[in-house]
Design a protein around this ligand. Sequence first.
Ligand code: ATR
Length: 267
Amino acid sequence: MIDAATRLYCVFGNPARHSKGPVIHNAAFKNKGINAVYLAFEVQHAAGAVQAVRTLDIRGASVTIPFKESIMEHLDWIDPTARAIGAVNTIVNEDGVLKGYNTDCQAAVAPLIPFGVSGKVVCIVGAGGAARAVAHGIAAQDGDIIITNRTEQKGQALAEAVNARFIPAGEMASIRADVVINTTSIGMTPKVDEISFPPEALIPEMVVMDVVYTPLRTRLLETAEQKGCTTIDGLSMFIAQAAAQFELWTGTAPDTDLMRSTILTTD
Ligand code: ATR
């Protein structure tokens, strides 16, 4: 029941109206019997969003595009991993002290752990915010990282930051990796025919992961599956980052199977 004691959580983004955050966090609050609601707020400025957290005593917030970097200067404390990545996707309100974390990083690695990351050659396609989080997560697990990106300068800068090799996008077909992770928006609705990695470089032993989850079966994952690769869809990372947020906020791990089935059965 929503009453005067109900605690408020939210996502700040722009756009934010398409977010699946409310669906999974509210399902998890209900499942755990926690008196809280999670709403989506489409905001214009990071500063105003953080002020709202302070004024309304919002207990926690997800932060998404385009505020993951600009929100940082308004918070009271930044977790060292989030500082190293240069992006915050989670705010925790600890008795008025606003703390910033990055759960994208561990979320990118969580679905890969069962396949082993340490010592594996992991090719990350892209060098944007998502790529930075993924690369730091893989580096923390001692993966041997290759960065490839359309804009060389950006790719090289990320490669340097995580002690990785950089391979220009034009030479992607020559990449031999154990794991390939697409962090770009290539293949996302509506451009579903685009593919972020050359099919000829996909081989059966590979694990191929896509952070895109609309559609769930991207062209990359479909092609990889046809080639006999193991595939991990973008919902895995989305749910893992949300589950880590939920745990930071409540101290309780949510039921991730429930989160996944809730998304798959909601429009
Ligand atoms: P996010 O924070 O979601 O990662 P971003 O910082 O804008 O978003 O990064 C998007 C990444 O996808 C970048 O690596 C971008 O390549 P550039 O650095 O060359 O811009 C990549 N990307 C997006 N659309 C692309 C496309 N059509 N072809 C190749 N790369 C693309």
